[in-house]
Design a protein around this ligand. Structure first.
Ligand SMILES: Cc1ncc(COP(=O)(O)O)c(C=O)c1O
Length: 397
């Protein structure tokens, strides 16, 4: 198998697995318990908090463990509204992951005033529109994705956060795809909250964190036993937290070799663009994550391509999302002003530090063969081919 879907999830690093095992085995004490056996678990959580804080440049006490990026996003946005009940405005972009997009849409349906600021053909935020949206009266929170999960395009986070600060608006960023892939430091920016997720940087699934600036007010989404300093109740998932901590430490060290991933991605892209006539990159080719390649294959049904690549043992993601069997063109590619047909003919490939040169070569060959076959079958059509479980998902993750 050639795994080129690292924006969906990543393999757990062997060191992460090793570090987790004792906490699934003998060390099962409840971190809230007063005896030494419980306090060992507490210490392990605190060590992981420091490792995560070091990766994002925060103070350890500003890190709250959650069940993942989705919970972190929900919590940040709803908390900002809860602490400012006099304000009813929510600003976000048209290029968010569904874990923000759906939250803001639901808030809109329940009476909040929502603005979805557009992006251009490169995926860059319209900063004038962002300014105007934030200048409106009563905006409580602005949420902007740091790195897009489909295209890898990086947002103008510093500028967007600065504009939010000028209007005294709470600023949250969904940095789930950025953390561990590019160096970032929350301390340097006027950010109130930032979401991250362990399984995107070789940690386990179902664990994430929310950075909360220690000078900002906060209202928890999940209440109960008061764990995580009253910010997220529920008995902590100690093995996963320990795993995420080690993954964070490894990711920080690996950032130094991020150029190797970029070189691999660039070699892949160069190879594909050379052999596939008309193929193009979706999104800004420069200002994006080093590991992501979202490619448009004109005249090729993306779903068909995924099926053939799956048969060739290659895992990658659709540029269009399918739910209940219906093909929906990618919201993100469409938000960039492209046609539905371009969105349907786009596929995302995403690399990690475990990707190899040989995989790149094999993937280029497989893509060339698959596109050749599809172009023979459907010389100029984007008509659909047989549905397969290979392309069934609810949204591009
Ligand atoms: C940008 C972005 N935000 C949020 C999420 C959700 O994270 P999790 O899977 O940890 O809930 C994802 C995962 O696909 C993502 O890519």
């Amino acid at each position: 198998m050639i795994y080129l879907d690292n924006n969906a999830t990543t393999r757990v690093a062997p060191e992460v697995r090793e570090a987790m095992l004792p906490w699934l085995d003998d060390h099962y004490g409840n971190p809230s318990a007063g005896y030494r056996f419980g306090r060992e678990s507490r210490k392990a959580i605190d060590a992981a908090r420091e490792q995560v804080a070091a990766l994002i440049g925060s103070h350890p006490e500003e890190v709250v463990f959650t069940s993942g990026g989705t919970e972190s996003n929900n919590t940040a946005i709803r908390s900002a509204l809860a602490v400012r009940p006099d304000r009813k405005g929510v600003v976000t972009s048209t290029a968010e992951h569904s874990a923000v997009d759906e939250v803001v849409k639901e808030l809109g349906e329940s009476g909040y005033e929502t603005s979805f600021v557009g992006v251009d053909e490169d995926g860059a935020l319209d900063l004038d529109e962002w300014k105007n949206a934030l200048a409106k009266e009563g905006v409580a929170v602005a949420s902007l994705i740091w790195a897009n999960n489909e295209t890898g395009v990086l947002s103008a986070i510093a500028e967007a956060a600065r504009i939010a600060a000028e209007h005294d608006v709470y600023f949250h960023t969904d940095a789930v795809q950025a953390v561990g892939k590019i160096p970032l430091s929350v301390g340097e920016l006027p950010i109130h909250a930032l979401s991250l997720s362990g399984h995107k940087f070789h940690g386990p699934k179902g664990i994430g964190a929310l950075y909360l600036n220690r000078n900002s007010r906060f209202h928890p989404l999940i209440i109960g036993g008061g764990q995580e300093d009253e910010r997220r109740s529920g008995t902590e998932n100690v093995p996963a937290i320990v795993g995420m901590g080690v993954a964070a430490e490894l990711a920080k060290a690996a950032l130094e070799s991020a150029n190797e991933i970029r070189d691999l991605r660039d070699r892949f892209e160069k190879g594909v663009l050379e052999v596939i006539e008309g193929a193009e990159i979706n999104g800004d080719p420069v200002n994006r994550l080093p590991n992501t390649s979202n490619l448009y294959f004109p005249g090729v049904d993306g779903e068909g391509l995924l099926i053939l690549l799956d048969e060739a043992g290659i895992c990658c993601s659709p540029g269009s999302a399918c739910s209940t069997g219906a093909v929906k063109p990618s919201r993100i590619v469409r938000a960039m002003g492209h046609s539905s047909s371009r969105a349907r003919s786009s596929v995302r490939f995403s690399f990690s530090r475990f990707s190899t040169e040989d995989e790149v070569g094999a993937a280029i060959t497989a893509i060339r063969t698959a596109v050749g076959k599809l172009r023979v079958v459907m010389p100029s059509s984007s008509s659909r081919v047989v549905k397969s479980s290979a392309t069934r998902s609810t949204d591009t993750v």
